[in-house]
Design a protein around this ligand. Structure first.
Ligand SMILES: [Cu+2]
Length: 125
């Protein structure tokens, strides 16, 4: 009897951890790897920002706003998806960025229909 009770507790724990894991697996798109990286200091202006998410995203409903240290918007091109990796958004920088700090505010719609937003910063030396 004791062993049966133990087994059902184990089964319950396994079931709940599987549930927790699957909820994590279907979670919204979170930013995994931005390039330049969060808080990076780069030598020269990047030509693109590349943002890799934890899930595939819809380019048409995803994009970034880049602000300089004076909180003025910086001109960026239309965000497109990497052809082969639909979790990767590529944003062309229209004109080379002068030295300074930049804030990237991103918003994406993941393929599961959820919207997420976030921000990070990087600097050009
Ligand atoms: Cu989601």
């Amino acid at each position: 009897m004791k062993k049966t009770a133990f087994n059902s507790i184990v089964a319950l724990l396994l079931a709940s951890s599987t549930l927790a894991f699957s909820q994590f697996a279907i979670a919204h798109a979170h930013l995994k790897t931005p390039v330049p990286a969060d808080k990076a200091v780069v030598e020269t202006s990047p030509q693109n920002l590349t943002l890799t998410f934890t899930e595939d995203v819809e380019a048409a409903f995803s994009g970034v706003d880049v602000l300089n240290a004076q909180h003025q918007p910086v001109a960026v091109g239309k965000a497109t998806l990497n052809d082969k990796h639909h979790d990767q958004l590529i944003v062309p920088i229209s004109q080379p960025l002068p030295s300074g700090n930049y804030q990237v505010n991103w918003h994406v719609l993941s393929v599961d229909g959820h919207k997420t937003t976030g921000s990070y910063t990087f600097s050009v030396k």
